[in-house]
Every structure is written in structure tokens, then in C-alpha cells.
Design a protein around this ligand. Structure first.
Ligand code: ATP
Length: 297
């Protein structure tokens, strides 16, 4: 879209993800963990507004006052990295980014990565760079391991540090009730505290892939697991309680997403999801009733 007095603009939805599974296979020599996880895009989203400006540099604003608005913001870094990688000078023209934040922050929902992915996609279009999805994924990886997945969306198997992606089939969509308990967990500290030899329950990734394709929710529920719960549930027992509560409210499965603390329940039925969401809203401030999304391109 072009607005003559203010320069070309574009608005994108930056969708959150949940983990239908998260397994840590081993710790690599470079300190990263070798992961195997199934990621699922959901309808909960931030709005990312982009505008090309005659003024040089990157300017970022957001409704979330506590977020950094400089190079500390991953969306800012994404714009800078793309400009540098694609040879776009930010000295003769600039870009204004506004993030309307709806995704809970530091919640295991990859909100920052989703914003960065939206900036990369949007500027690829506004700057007419013509970069492919694979090229954008390559540029984005050093900024954050979840960004290549966020660029792709839908349902996907993510391996390595998250960069080896395989699209998967989700035969039937789900309603998703998300609850973020009012606690903070640090992703880095959760991974550091994880003891690989003490993990008791691992996901059955192959069974889960098959169950997703067959819409077999019973097998799905048995195959889903997040090994990071080994660390977070003893530290924040509320995470375990929330999982039980969601199951008692008719969720077909319930799990912590990413490194938490957000817990989600899957529902086949919108009414049951709404009703569970209403009950949980009496107890928690951050409750969202959303649904799974298919890959858009
Ligand atoms: P993941 O699931 O990838 O671990 P997360 O949901 O746990 O991500 P984010 O919401 O992406 O975490 O934010 C993690 C940290 O990144 C926060 O401490 C926040 O200050 C910082 N941050 C930088 N830019 C952003 C952004 N655009 N949106 C959210 N957080 C951001």
C-alpha cells in the first residue's frame, strides 16, 4: 500500500507458536542444545506496521512500554540485518516500525521471533528484494533460532537448534486455550538447569506426526511431551496444576509451550474452549482462546 505523504506502508500479522512437543536430544559442543520439536502456529498475533521514510535509520515504537525500542528489540535487529545483507542503505532512507503487542512476552510463544519474521517478510516486499523464504531463513538464523520457523508458519518439525524444518500435516484444526501464569522464567536458565539423564517423559515424535496427520487426538495426547517441564514444574508447581485444570475442563491434551511458563489446552470444540477460557479468566489475567493455523503460502 502507498500513502503518498508518508511513504509506502505495510501491516503484517505476526503469529505466535505453541510447541506440540519439545525434546532435547543432547548438548552440542558450541553450547547449543540439539532439539526435536513440533511447532504449531496459532491465531494469537501482534500487528507489525512498517513504513518507509525519507528520514534515515530505523525507528521503532510499540504499545508495550517495557520493551526495548532500539537494537535491543529483535524486530529492530531484523531490519538492520536485512538492510546490511541486501545492501540497502539506511543513510539515505529509513524505516518506521510500530509493533502492536498482543502476544505475552517471555512466555514460550516466540512473540519476539514472530515480530522479527514479520519485519523480514514486510521489508523484503517494501524494498522489492525478491528474496526467497529459504534466503530469509538463512539471514534470520543468527538473530534467533525460532525465526526460520516463524517465517514458515503452520505445523512443522524443527530439528537442530530449530533451523532444520519439515512442514507437517495437521488434518484437523484445534481450539487452543492459553494461560500464562504470572511468573517469569528465563529460557537460558531453564536450558541450563535441564539434566538430560533425569528426563523421565519424552515425546514420541513419530507417533505424534502420524496422529496429527490422522486427526487421532487420543494418540496425540499420549505422544505429546515437553522435557523442559522437568525443570519448570518443580520450580513453578502452578504449571502442573494448570495442565490438570485444563484437562479437567475437557481439553484433549495440555502442555507447557517452549520454556514456559505458558500452558495450553487443545480442544476440538469451540464451545468447550470458550467455556474453559471463561472459567480460567476468573483465576488468571492472561488467558487467550485462539485456534491453530495452517501454513499460509
Ligand atoms: P521463545 O518461545 O522463542 O523462547 P518467548 O516467547 O519466551 O520466546 P519473547 O516474548 O520472544 O520470548 O521475548 C523474550 C525477550 O526478548 C524478552 O525479555 C524481551 O524483552 C525481548 N524482546 C526483544 N524484542 C522483543 C519483541 N519484539 N517482542 C517481545 N520480546 C522482545
Amino acid at each position: 500500500m502507498t500513502n503518498e505523504s508518508h511513504g509506502p506502508t505495510l501491516t503484517l500479522q505476526a503469529h505466535a507458536k505453541i510447541n506440540l512437543s519439545l525434546d532435547v536430544l543432547h548438548k552440542r559442543r558450541d553450547g547449543y542444545h540439539h532439539l526435536c520439536m513440533i511447532m504449531q502456529e496459532i491465531s494469537l498475533h501482534d500487528e507489525v506496521h512498517l513504513r518507509l521514510t525519507p528520514e534515515p535509520g530505523i525507528r521503532l515504537t510499540t504499545n508495550a512500554g517495557f520493551l526495548p525500542v532500539d537494537q535491543g528489540n529483535i524486530a529492530w535487529k531484523a531490519a538492520e540485518r536485512l538492510a546490511r545483507g541486501a545492501g540497502v542503505s539506511l543513510e539515505s532512507q529509513g524505516v518506521a516500525i510500530h509493533i502492536d503487542k498482543q502476544i505475552p512476552v517471555a512466555a514460550g510463544l516466540a512473540g519476539g521471533s514472530a515480530d522479527a519474521a514479520a519485519v523480514l517478510k514486510g521489508l523484503n516486499a517494501l524494498w522489492r528484494l525478491g528474496l526467497s523464504l529459504e534466503e530469509l531463513q538463512l539471514i534470520s538464523l543468527p538473530l534467533g533460532a525460532d525465526i526460520p520457523y516463524c517465517l514458515m508458519g503452520g505445523t512443522a518439525l524443527a530439528e537442530g537448534i530449530g533451523e532444520r524444518l519439515t512442514p507437517l500435516t495437521l488434518a484437523k484444526p484445534f481450539w487452543v486455550v492459553l494461560v500464562k501464569p504470572p511468573v517469569s522464567v528465563s529460557t537460558r536458565e531453564v536450558y541450563e538447569a535441564l539434566k538430560l539423564d533425569e528426563i523421565e517423559e519424552r515425546p514420541d515424535t513419530l507417533a505424534l506426526i502420524e496422529a496429527l496427520a490422522q486427526a487421532d487426538s487420543l494418540t496425540m495426547a499420549g505422544a505429546m511431551a515437553n522435557v523442559l517441564e522437568t525443570v519448570t514444574i518443580p520450580q513453578v508447581p502452578e504449571i502442573g496444576e494448570l495442565k490438570r485444570r485444563l484437562l479437567a475442563l475437557n481439553a484433549t491434551a495440555s502442555l507447557m509451550s517452549g520454556s514456559g511458563p505458558t500452558v495450553f489446552g487443545l480442544f476440538k470444540d469451540q464451545e468447550k474452549a470458550r467455556s474453559a477460557g471463561e472459567k480460567l479468566k476468573r483465576l488468571y489475567r492472561e488467558v487467550h482462546v485462539v485456534h491453530t493455523l495452517r501454513r499460509s503460502q
